[in-house]
Design a protein around this ligand. Structure first.
Ligand code: ZN
Ligand code: CU
Length: 510
């Protein structure tokens, strides 16, 4: 007698192998049997010949920012994500320097807090280089002393011992961006004895993406760790359909030479980050309070404004405000910078500076910078997996968050696989299950196999639709029929069931 039998499913098992028809039995949260099952179960579900896949694994998440406030993680669950790896782009909520709001003193403390919050998804973490650097030496732009570098290594080792899967960098975000290549090699090296990998938001994704890819490969090679290039893309229009051929050739050469390189990618033409990313890096020296002080200083402000106008010629119209925190500025969400600037009677750079000051740097942007041809070129590569670069959000999240938070996985399946025909369904599913599981060395997730944890998604392939879009991002995807996390039904026909069956994932020790 099993807990559950899902009968008459087309099993897409996550390995990339062709689907086959079977019944799948679940017992004690795990897949107990697969095949033509005659036995009974406490509950029987008729899959009606729809596809049953492993729950999707989002290897590029920022849910450490929001999972404690939103443990039900609607944005993840309602698109079929059952596992996510947060702490990407150099930022992780643990460890945080003393006195930092919303931070935890260590990776272990943060993971325990997530456990207590009982999330609906399974969550694992990377340790952020920016977090570690801030703990060791604050928010300054200077080079670390030998003692500070040693402290960074210790903090990475400590986080790895607590179960982190690797170390991430965010080389456009201070303080992570202040690190030179040598510092990053040393920090990545500290994850090597624990089997960790190096994930990087590279130093450039526009004009300098080739040089940045070179640096990423060098860091991983010299540190002796596998490489994960985060959200691979090219955001510099003159180099569209050029640079991505170079970067993928470099990745393929590195792979041939024995470096384990993978990429993740989200399937949209727009990126999303903090609005202050447009401000020159030097203005961040010393952290956000120092930045805000410089923005208020008339002389420095003029210099910052001039530099921004010069670097943004022809680009302002691609940048939209996604969220603000003050009541007075809510009207800005979803509007472009030129539109907002005009309403404020200011230049785009001046408007941007005033918004960052008014919002205390808590303001987001969406920026259209990629082309479809590049997205498809990258997506087709066998070492590229799906990752949202989004996080856990409720259906009533304020503002206009990037639809990737809610729709990434269904968009790859519905648009790029079914409509564009880039690859078969089995390949698409592999990119969001078996492939990230292999990268993460998750032995018990990412496949529909006997003995694995029963993270499962049942979907109607023809009905799949990535309803979340830029105008209305906060929506459930269509066509996701059932989502199980550790054997527990967590979503049904676009509705969260209220189940909180997720666990904290810690990298297998040893
Ligand atoms: Zn990033
Ligand atoms: Cu990210």
């Amino acid at each position: 007698m099993y807990d559950l039998i899902i009968r008459n499913a087309r099993v897409v098992d996550g390995t990339g192998a062709p689907w086959y028809r079977a019944d799948v039995a679940v017992e004690g949260g795990r897949i107990a049997a697969i095949g033509k099952l005659e036995c009974e179960a406490r509950e029987t579900v008729d899959a009606e010949d729809h596809y049953l896949a492993p729950g999707f694994i989002d290897i590029h998440s920022h849910s450490d920012d929001s999972i404690l406030a939103c443990p039900s993680a609607e944005s993840r669950i309602l698109q079929g994500v059952t596992t996510e790896i947060a702490g990407n782009c150099g930022a992780s909520r643990g460890p945080a320097p003393e006195g930092k709001e919303e931070g935890w003193p260590s990776m272990a403390a943060f993971l325990s807090a997530v456990e207590r919050a009982k999330p609906s998804v399974n969550l694992g973490m990377l340790v952020g280089h920016g977090a570690v650097r801030a703990c060791a030496m604050g928010y300054g732009a200077e080079k670390p002393t030998e003692a500070q570098l040693q402290r960074m290594r210790e903090l990475v080792a400590e986080a790895m011992k607590a179960g982190a899967f690797g170390v991430s960098s965010g080389l456009i975000y201070p303080p992570s961006s202040y690190a030179d290549t040598e510092e990053l090699i040393e920090v990545a090296k500290a994850a090597a004895p624990y089997g960790g990998y190096y994930a990087t938001h590279m130093r450039g994704e526009g004009k300098t993406v080739v040089r940045a890819t070179e640096e990423a490969i060098r860091i991983a090679r010299e540190a002796g760790v596998p490489l994960q290039i985060s959200h691979h893309k090219v955001t510099w229009k003159p180099d569209w359909q050029v640079s991505c051929f170079t970067t993928t050739a470099m990745i393929e050469r590195a792979r041939r030479q024995g470096l384990e390189v993978f990429c993740d990618q989200y399937p949209y033409r727009a990126s999303a980050t903090t609005l202050s990313v447009n401000i020159p890096e030097w203005a961040f020296d010393g952290g956000v309070p120092a930045l805000l002080e410089r923005l208020r200083d008339p002389v420095l402000r003029a210099r910052i404004s001039d530099e921004m106008e010069a670097s943004h010629v022809g680009r302002w119209g691609d940048i939209f405000v996604s969220y603000v925190t003050t009541e007075a500025n809510q009207w800005m969400a979803g509007r472009s910078i030129p539109d907002i600037a005009q309403r404020m009677g200011k230049t785009p750079a001046e408007a941007l500076i005033d918004i960052v000051i008014a919002e205390n740097d808590h303001v987001g942007e969406i920026s259209f910078g990629m082309c479809e041809e590049d997205i498809e070129h990258i997506m087709k590569k066998p070492y590229v997996m799906t990752g949202s670069d989004g996080g856990a959000m409720p259906l009533d999240a304020p503002g206009k968050p990037h639809p990737r938070n809610y729709g990434t996985f269904v968009r790859v399946l519905a648009h790029y696989c079914r409509e564009r025909g880039l690859f078969p369904l089995e390949t698409a599913v592999h990119k969001m299950t078996g492939l990230p599981a292999a990268r993460l060395r998750l032995a018990e997730r990412g496949a529909v196999k006997q003995g694995m944890w029963a993270d499962l998604v049942l979907f109607d392939f023809d009905a799949l639709r990535d309803t979340p879009d830029f105008a209305n991002p906060q929506q459930a995807c269509e066509g996701i029929l059932k989502v199980y996390v550790n054997g527990v039904l967590t979503a049904e026909n676009g509705r969260h069931t209220g189940a909180h069956a997720g666990v904290v994932l810690r990298r297998a020790q040893g």
